[in-house]
Design a protein around this ligand. Structure first.
Ligand code: CTP
Ligand code: MG
Length: 229
């Protein structure tokens, strides 16, 4: 059984507002992406497809293949303009896999335990996403910020990555989405499976520390989490 991790690192990090993409920011002397890849390197996945921007391909190969010698990286490919484009190219590259895990390079606090739980769930259920129950109450609002409804808190989860799938399921969902050219509002991979195939996706427990580094205050949290580890 071949399980491929597709690690997405082709974003520009606009919300972080720095002159380098956030996945290359160093904490503890290493780029954030190092910690992300290390977790997958130490996990039971078979191999890693790393998706970076065209201009970062050479420097990523130098860092992660030569300097850090991650043995599970089998290809470094160029991503696309949107996250879903990067996933699509990653899926094409991983076409010989039985299962795939899709993970945000900007989530460096993923652990081997979380990866293993996602792999197990994908094998049992075919499609799963890691996440956590929300701590805050959530409000659904209209265009004027007026509350339309308050979902029962125990039923609301935030979604994280990895999201793990039987290859045939996620490929069918993405391929059909591209054929229909209906990509509006797609923010994660589970959504593609839900909306295109109408297939159930199971939520798997991640952790509250598995945050996506997105805005400057997330870097402060990241430094604290790294010190604690
Ligand atoms: N990503 C990608 N290809 C893109 C856009 C995003 O591979 N075209 C990756 C990012 O590198 C990141 C993950 O998808 O690891 C989640 O995306 P996000 O947090 O939105 O990162 P950015 O798009 O880089 O940030 P921003 O939206 O603030 O520009
Ligand atoms: Mg983005």
């Amino acid at each position: 059984m071949k399980t491929t991790a597709i690690i997405l690192a082709a974003g520009k990090g606009k919300r972080m507002g720095l002159d380098i993409p956030k996945q290359y920011i160093c904490i503890g002397n290493k780029p954030l992406l190092y910690y992300t890849i290390k977790a997958f390197e130490e996990s039971p996945v078979t191999n890693i497809v790393l998706v970076v921007s065209q201009e970062d391909k050479e420097h990523a190969a130098h860092d992660f293949l030569t300097q850090y010698s991650f043995a599970k990286i089998t290809s470094i490919i160029a991503g696309g303009a949107e996250r879903y484009d990067s996933v699509y190219y990653g899926l094409k590259q991983a076409s010989d896999a039985d299962y795939v895990l899709i993970h945000d390079g900007a989530r460096p606090f993923v652990t081997v335990d979380i990866i293993s739980r996602a792999m197990e769930a994908a094998k049992l259920k075919g499609a799963c996403a890691v996440g956590m129950p929300v701590k805050d109450t959530i409000k659904i609002v209209n265009q004027d910020n007026c509350v339309e409804s308050t979902p029962e808190r125990s039923k609301v989860w935030t979604v994280q990555t990895p999201q793990a799938f039987e290859y045939n399921i996620i490929w069918k969902a993405y391929d059909e989405m591209y054929q229909r050219n209906n990509k509006k509002g797609i923010t994660d991979d589970a959504m593609v499976v839900e909306s295109i195939l109408g297939k159930q996706v199971t939520m798997v427990e991640g952790s509250y520390e598995n945050l996506k580094i997105t805005t400057p205050e997330d870097l402060l949290i990241a430094e604290m989490l790294l010190k604690k580890a």
